[in-house]
Each structure stands twice: as C-alpha cells, then as structure tokens.
Design a binder for this molecule. Structure first.
Ligand code: G4P
Length: 533
C-alpha cells in the first residue's frame, strides 16, 4: 500500500498561463510527450484539424473550436506525479480560468519572445501574485525573430515587480538561433529544428572561457555576443535564491522553442526540482498540513452539462490534505451533512477515468447532484476544517438580461439564479426591480454564450440581452444611501445577492468623478472585499 506522505510529497500541481497563441498548448503537449501520457503531438487540442480533446466538453466549445473549460491532466515523470491544470487560452476566457489558479501550487507563464507580456498574461499574473505562489517563465518561439532578451527581463521586472533569474541564455534568435547556454551547468544546448516526439538534445559541456570550443559550436560571431551578454548578466542580474522563488518573488526564466521541442527537458527538470510540493491551504486561522492523514478538499469549479448524453454536473475539487478513498463517507461542511462522493474521476488526456484513491495535490471531479457550491469544503468526518472561500473576480462585461416570455417566468428565474449560484455568471439586481430584469456581469464574453446555451438547453428559456458599456465595478463602503450620491449619468447603481450596493462604471474617469463629487465616498475593488487563499 502506498505511503500517504510519500504519495503527497511526489505531487507537483501547476497551471500553465499565457496569452492566446504564445504556445501554452504546444508546451503542454511536449510535457505530456515526455511523460509518455500521449503518444503523438496534436492530441491535446486540434484547432484547425477538428480534433477535439479532453477540454472540449460543451457543444459550443465544439462549434467554436476553442476550449472553455479548464481540464486537469495527470501523468508520471521520473517518480513525480504531475498534475497540469489547463487554463482556457482563448481571448474569451472566463472566471473559471481565475478559479483554477486557486487550485495550483505554482504557475508556468509562457511568453511569446516577439511579443513580451500581453494582456491576458497580465490579468492571470495578478491572481498568481495575490497567492504568492512560485512563477516560472518560459520564453517561447526563440526560433523566430525575438525581442532583446534583456528587454524581456526588464519588462517582467518592471511590470510585475518581481525579480528574474535566467536559467539559460539564448544564443541569437530566428534564423540565427544557435541554442541556449545553461548558466548553472556551463553547457550549451545547440538548436536544431525538430517538430515531433520527445527527443532528448545532448548538452555539450563548454565553459564560457573556452573560446575555441565555443567557436566550433556556435561560430565566432555568436560566441563574442554570448560572452558579452553573459558577463553583463552575471554582473547585473539577481542572485538565485530558492526561497524567493518559492514565495513568487523571483521567477526563474527559461528560453526555448516549444514547437521544436527545444529546451523542454531542462525546463521540466529544473522546474520539478524548484517548485513546491502541495501547499497548505488556510482554514480559519490555521494552515492545514497537506500530509496529515485526514482527507479534506475544496470545490473550485462546477462544470454543468459536460456530456450531453448524460446531462451531468461535475464538481472539481482540489484535495488539500490526506488521501481520498472512493468507498468512504465524507462530510460536506457547508451542508452540515455526510456525503458519499459518487463517480470520482480524474482526467487524462482524452479520457476520464474513475479512480479509487487520490492524494493531496490531486484534482478530482465528482458527480454533483446539485448540492455543491464553489468554495465548499468536503472532509473526513470529525475533522474541523473549512477552507477560505474562493473569491469572485471583478466582471469586465455587463448586460441587461430580461425575460421575454411571461409564461416561462419561473424557468427564467430558476435558471438564471442557479447558473449564477454555480458561478458561471454574476448577477446584480436593479434596486426596486424583480428577477425578470437583471444585470449579468462576466469576466469573459464567452460566459454570455454559455448562459444562453444553458438557459435554452437546460431550462427551455429564451431571453433578451442588451450589452451595456460598463466595464468596472466597485463596492460602496459603509452606510451610504446610493440615492443621495451625485453620479454621472452612465454610472449604474446595482445590488448583489447579499444586498450590498455596487456601482458600475464605463471608465476610470467616471470613478474619479464620483469620488470628487461625493466627499467621504469610499469605493472598494473586488479583490479588497474578498481575501484570496
Ligand atoms: P496557445 O495554446 O497559447 O494559444 O498557443 P499554441 O500552443 O496553440 O501555439 C500557437 C501557435 O504558435 C501555433 O501555430 C504553434 O504551432 C505555434 N508555436 C508554438 N510554439 C512555437 C515555437 O516555439 N516556435 C514557433 N515558430 N511557433 C510556435 P498555429 O499555426 O497557430 O497552429 P498549428 O498550425 O501549429 O496548430
């Protein structure tokens, strides 16, 4: 029987984040090839060739050829049990993308070397920074024309306020890309174009002072550049400090080319060595030790209608401590009731597999008959634990959603309330108006399509939707009567399900105007209202 502690200590659970097209899918695929979890490239996601993989569960996902849902991929690699949390990469990403990050112990940030930091990476980085988890940077597509590597590091440091430590250094880029120099091992990895499989590139040991050998390997011209740059780097860059890496203050940076399978293996090995074992999650004032014997988990995502044939709802849980056993009865803290988790499963590339056991660090999906909410805790009976809830993230798009068929009033209200409770959308009320006309807020526009699809297919309801120009939302602090506020015409007063007052704005200047004209008014951002785990 596997020892619980050992099983937990060999888990590495991380998410890969990037702006669309930076190469997240390609990198994921190469990592899976190394783990022999898939046999050929193209199995993770086929954008153009109509191949659909694990994350393409929903109909509209198929129609649009993009992945909405985040999936979890588990594989073994040299004694490690690796869980990759895949985050939707399309522009229309949703709140699920953010929530998924609360279940990861570290993050790999893929950056396109020609583009540097892009908007979606910025948003996702913010969530990771709030949790102080380790962040590893893979600067991809070095086989193409790239920005100056010093400039890329500078951008990371300035924009994200973190230190950078290049683990390797690129020798040229594009047509002149010769490979990378491993700063710790003093070895050169020479580049050659290669698109498939998990070939291992032989590293050539070569000290930076060995001019003759360097000239043979990369040519005189590239050697001179490399020597200058490495000297500059050694003088100016941050010192390596694993503690700083572990708390997200220093990001190890790797240069490579995912498509050419170049730099993947050293990246994976260094990453596994530096990243953390499953982290402790907070319950009240305590942090629960992941390797304690008792099982506990929290729900970070609920996915409805994953398989049309079964019309099922799956609650995804991150195991925070101990060992999960299929046959055991557990306790659902928020409901105050014992619960047996049925059909527990793990996702593996194209398959969902029913599992008998899982350990802290793992993600499991369980059949949800409609009892779970996002943030719920499930644990061993008698264990006193309740994990801090998952925050809701500030919506950036708003629409007024209104029922159009009064005969279907009940279905409309039931549908929109349930979908909001699940966390697929956020619902706001117009003071003095009922549920027949509400404001819906979403993080990504695609959530509107999900809402429409589900309202029609699950509740049989059509409705009208009018998008509004609002993109910013703030809570009003204190006992202020919003009716007495002096606001610009475009600003809208709404309430959330707890009756809290919020204001919707179309631009920053509108917020400043509200603050200027109403002395004493305090407006709070979402992140200030809800503390992240
Ligand atoms: P994403 O998941 O972050 O959205 O990006 P994805 O991996 O799908 O990669 C986006 C495009 O960039 C793909 O090309 C992919 O082949 C290419 N790419 C990824 N890594 C590298 C690299 O290291 N070098 C170069 N030159 N290209 C890279 P595509 O034409 O959009 O798709 P496909 O035809 O390859 O499927």
């Amino acid at each position: 029987m596997p020892d619980i502690k050992n099983e937990i200590l060999r888990r590495r659970t991380f998410a890969i984040i990037s702006h669309p097209d930076a190469g997240k899918t390609t990198l994921t695929e190469k990592l899976l090839l190394y783990g022999r979890a898939i046999q050929s490239a193209g199995s993770v996601k086929g954008k153009q060739n109509d191949k659909h993989a694990v994350s393409d569960w929903m109909e509209i996902e198929k129609k649009r050829g993009i992945s909405i849902t985040s999936s979890v991929l588990q594989f073994e690699y040299e004694g490690y049990c690796i869980n990759i949390l895949d985050t939707p990469g399309h522009q229309d990403f949703s709140e699920d993308t953010y929530r998924t990050l609360t279940a990861a112990d570290s993050v790999v940030m893929v950056i396109d070397a020609a583009k540097g930091i892009e908007p979606q990476t910025r948003k996702l980085f913010k969530v990771c920074a709030m949790r102080h988890i380790p962040i590893f940077t893979f600067i991809n597509k070095m086989d193409r024309e790239a920005r100056d590597p010093f400039e890329l590091l500078d951008q990371l440091e300035k924009e994200f306020g973190i230190g950078t430590y290049p683990m390797n250094w690129p020798i040229g880029c594009g047509c002149d890309f010769k490979g990378v120099y491993d700063r710790n091992e003093h070895q050169i990895l020479t580049f050659s174009e290669f698109h498939g499989g998990s070939n291992r590139i032989e590293a050539i040991h070569c000290d930076i002072t060995d001019t003759q050998k360097l000239d043979e390997l990369i040519g005189e011209y590239s050697r001179a550049d490399l020597v200058d740059q490495v000297e500059l780097l050694d003088g100016a860059s941050f010192d390596f400090d694993l503690e700083q890496v572990r708390c997200g203050k220093l990001t190890p940076v790797f240069f490579g080319s995912a498509l050419n399978n170049f730099g993947i293996e050293p990246f994976l090995e260094n990453f596994l060595r530096m990243t953390t074992t499953p982290l402790s999650y907070r319950s009240g004032e305590d942090f629960i030790d992941p390797s304690c014997e008792q099982f506990s988990a929290f729900v970070f995502k609920i996915q409805a209608n994953m398989n049309k044939a079964h019309r099922d709802r799956i609650a995804f849980m991150r195991i925070c401590s101990g060992k999960f056993e299929r046959s055991k009865e557990y306790f659902h803290v928020q409901a105050g009731k014992p619960i047996k988790l049925s059909r527990p499963q793990q996702m593996m590339a194209e398959e969902r597999e029913v599992i008998d056991e899982a350990y802290a660090g793992d993600i499991i999906g369980v059949f949800d008959p409609g009892v779970f909410s996002i943030g719920d805790t499930i644990c061993e009976k008698g264990m006193k634990v309740q994990y801090a809830g998952i925050p809701t993230f500030a919506p950036e798009h708003f629409a007024i959603v209104e029922q159009i068929d009064s005969l279907k009033r009940k279905q409309f209200q039931k549908g929109i309330t349930q979908i909001a409770q699940e966390g697929a959308i956020q619902m706001f009320f117009l003071p003095g108006t009922g549920l027949e006309r509400v404001y819906v807020g979403v993080v990504g526009m695609l959530q509107f399509d999900v809402l429409q699809f589900r309202m029609e297919s699950e509740y049989g309801v059509k409705y009208s939707r009018t998008d509004t120009p609002h993109c910013l939302v703030r809570f009003i602090e204190g006992e202020v009567d919003p009716k007495t506020l002096n606001l610009m015409q475009a600003t809208k007063w709404v309430q959330d399900s707890k009756g809290r007052n919020l204001l919707l704005f179309t631009a920053d200047y509108e917020i400043n105007w509200a603050l200027d004209k109403n002395p004493g008014l305090v407006l709070k951002e979402f992140s200030q209202m809800q503390e992240i785990q």
